[in-house]
Design a binder for this molecule. Structure first.
Ligand SMILES: *[C@@H]1O[C@H](CO)[C@@H](O)[C@H](O)[C@H]1NC(C)=O
Ligand SMILES: *[C@@H]1O[C@H](CO)[C@@H](O)[C@H](O)[C@H]1NC(C)=O
Ligand SMILES: *[C@@H]1O[C@H](CO)[C@@H](O)[C@H](O)[C@H]1NC(C)=O
Ligand SMILES: *[C@@H]1O[C@H](CO)[C@@H](O)[C@H](O)[C@H]1NC(C)=O
Ligand SMILES: *[C@@H]1O[C@H](CO)[C@@H](O)[C@H](O)[C@H]1NC(C)=O
Ligand SMILES: *[C@@H]1O[C@H](CO)[C@@H](O)[C@H](O)[C@H]1NC(C)=O
Ligand SMILES: *[C@@H]1O[C@H](CO)[C@@H](O)[C@H](O)[C@H]1NC(C)=O
Ligand SMILES: *[C@@H]1O[C@H](CO)[C@@H](O)[C@H](O)[C@H]1NC(C)=O
Length: 401
């Protein structure tokens, strides 16, 4: 009887110890790796060594950045594969980059690569970009490969979740994701002043099955920028603005651009943005395609040019004009879009003469002009014959109806 009881107790106790051990061993606090959290000392190496330890654990593990302010010098590389799912918890923490651009030798500040099943929760990642914006080194997107650092770069981070993460005042784009299949971004905050330069919010490309939901973005450039090879993307419940809306492209400048296909955008409010939706393709371009786009339940508040298909995109004025874009845009639905345009042109479809836009459906659109010129909003169209359902105001492409 006694033996049986104590055996039971011993087994129970062993399970308890094992349970506690498995939970405890798995949390690596960056303070235990030497982080000071005084906002001055460079805590970058502490983060990298905490990552390396957590990543090497055979059981699910996490890296903890406790509440506080951490100075983190570039570049931080958090590289997998990890042995098991890994988590970065930074709730209440602010991680700051040095303001000086000279300290950067890479085009990112913090990069995470080759990881599956990452969960990143909380934290403000502050790029301290003000000094860099003042230098204005990459106007209009700059020359190709303009090498300013992205705040957070995710490459081949798959089956992952980023939640309650804030990116502030990046020197260039806030977040860039490529090859990050099956990843969800939820409750993301992007924050930069309207006079910052090229501070795109979330840039995605060459990935599939990415969802971005319940997020707020105030910045100077695209809130979300969708690049080549983005497939099966869902964007929902977003507030964007100021900023430049949600953009696809630019496409067609390089020979190997992969198609953009399957984009669902629902319940987005754009406020004081330059565009709501824009598709940008270069003239005299390589071939490409954009298809299967669905925009619905959208509010535009004082948007300069709410809906814009621009197949003569040429920001640097160095294009060979006269030859049409070879990027084909097809199977697009725009439904239930309401609100105000800050200029008279509310819809502009400048499709390619070589490969006209095909199968574009417009339903229940009501965009009104509220500005000094007065009068109704108008549309401008080239090389498109949209199918219209319900009321569309302003009437789209009236000359073909
Ligand atoms: C990521 O994995 C690929 C394929 O295994 C490898 O070629 C690449 O070097 C890895 N990247 C890093 C930063 O380790
Ligand atoms: C992505 O990372 C995984 C490890 O997580 C690796 O096996 C794979 O080769 C990488 N793929 C690429 C394209 O780098
Ligand atoms: C994205 O949303 C779709 C539709 O709700 C869902 O089926 C899919 O699993 C989601 N993907 C991720 C990575 O959350
Ligand atoms: C639309 O998105 C906003 C956040 O921008 C959210 O508050 C609201 O609940 C969403 N509406 C629906 C119907 O999901
Ligand atoms: C509307 O947008 C215009 C141009 O961006 C701006 O000058 C104006 O202040 C905005 N109006 C309101 C009410 O926000
Ligand atoms: C080409 O056309 C675009 C769009 O009309 C215009 O913005 C750009 O200035 C033109 N570039 C040249 C070199 O003519
Ligand atoms: C566009 O839709 C049509 C009809 O649904 C389909 O046959 C075609 O393959 C689609 N085009 C693209 C490029 O996906
Ligand atoms: C469009 O919106 C304006 C302003 O809210 C409203 O006065 C008008 O009746 C609406 N038109 C349609 C066709 O819904």
């Amino acid at each position: 009887m006694d033996t049986e009881n104590s055996t039971r107790q011993a087994i129970c106790c062993l399970f308890l110890i094992a349970f506690i051990a498995s939970n405890h061993a798995a949390v690596v606090n960056i303070k235990a790796k030497g982080a000071k959290g005084d906002g001055i000392t460079d805590d970058g190496q502490a983060i990298v060594s905490a990552w390396n330890e957590a990543c090497g654990q055979p059981a699910p593990s996490s890296l903890l950045i406790p509440p506080g302010t951490y100075m983190v010098s570039p570049s931080i590389d958090l590289i997998g594969p990890c042995q098991a799912p890994i988590k970065i918890t930074a709730t209440g923490a602010t991680v700051k980059a040095p303001p000086e651009l000279e300290k950067f030798t890479t085009n990112y500040w913090i990069a995470i690569r080759n990881v599956s099943k990452l969960t990143m929760i909380g934290g403000t990642y502050d790029g301290q970009g003000r000094q860099t914006w003042a230098q204005n080194l990459c106007p209009d997107g700059g020359p190709p490969g303009c090498p300013l650092p992205v705040n957070l770069q995710f490459t081949n981070v798959t089956n992952s979740l980023l939640k309650y993460v804030t990116s502030a005042d990046s020197k260039f784009f806030h977040m860039r994701l490529s090859l990050c299949d099956n990843t969800r971004l939820d409750h993301i905050t992007i924050r930069a002043p309207v006079d910052s330069v090229n501070t795109d919010g979330i840039q995605i490309g060459r990935l599939s099955g990415v969802n971005i939901t319940n997020s707020i973005m105030t910045t100077n450039d695209d809130c979300i920028s969708i690049g080549q090879g983005a497939r099966n993307i869902r964007i929902k419940n977003i507030r964007c603005g100021p900023g430049d809306g949600i953009g696809i492209g630019s496409l067609g400048r390089r020979s190997n651009d992969e198609p953009v296909q399957g984009i669902w955008i629902k319940n987005v409010t754009f406020t004081n943005t330059e565009h709501g939706f824009r598709i940008k393709t270069w003239p005299t371009s390589f071939t490409g395609s954009v298809s299967d786009l669905h925009y619905e339940d959208i509010i535009m508040n004082n948007v300069t040019l709410p809906i814009f298909i621009d197949q003569q995109f040429c920001p640097l004025n160095n294009c060979q004009n006269g030859t049409a874009s070879n990027v084909k845009i097809s199977n697009v639905t725009l439904r239930n879009i309401k609100g105000t345009s800050a200029t008279k042109v509310a819809l502009k479809f400048d499709c390619s003469a070589g490969t006209p836009c095909e199968n574009v459906k417009l339903a229940d659109i009501n965009l009104t002009y509220e500005g000094p010129e007065g009068g109704p909003a108008i549309s401008e169209c080239a090389n498109i014959e949209p199918k219209v359902f319900g009321q569309v105001v302003p009437p789209a492409c009236p000359y073909i109806q």
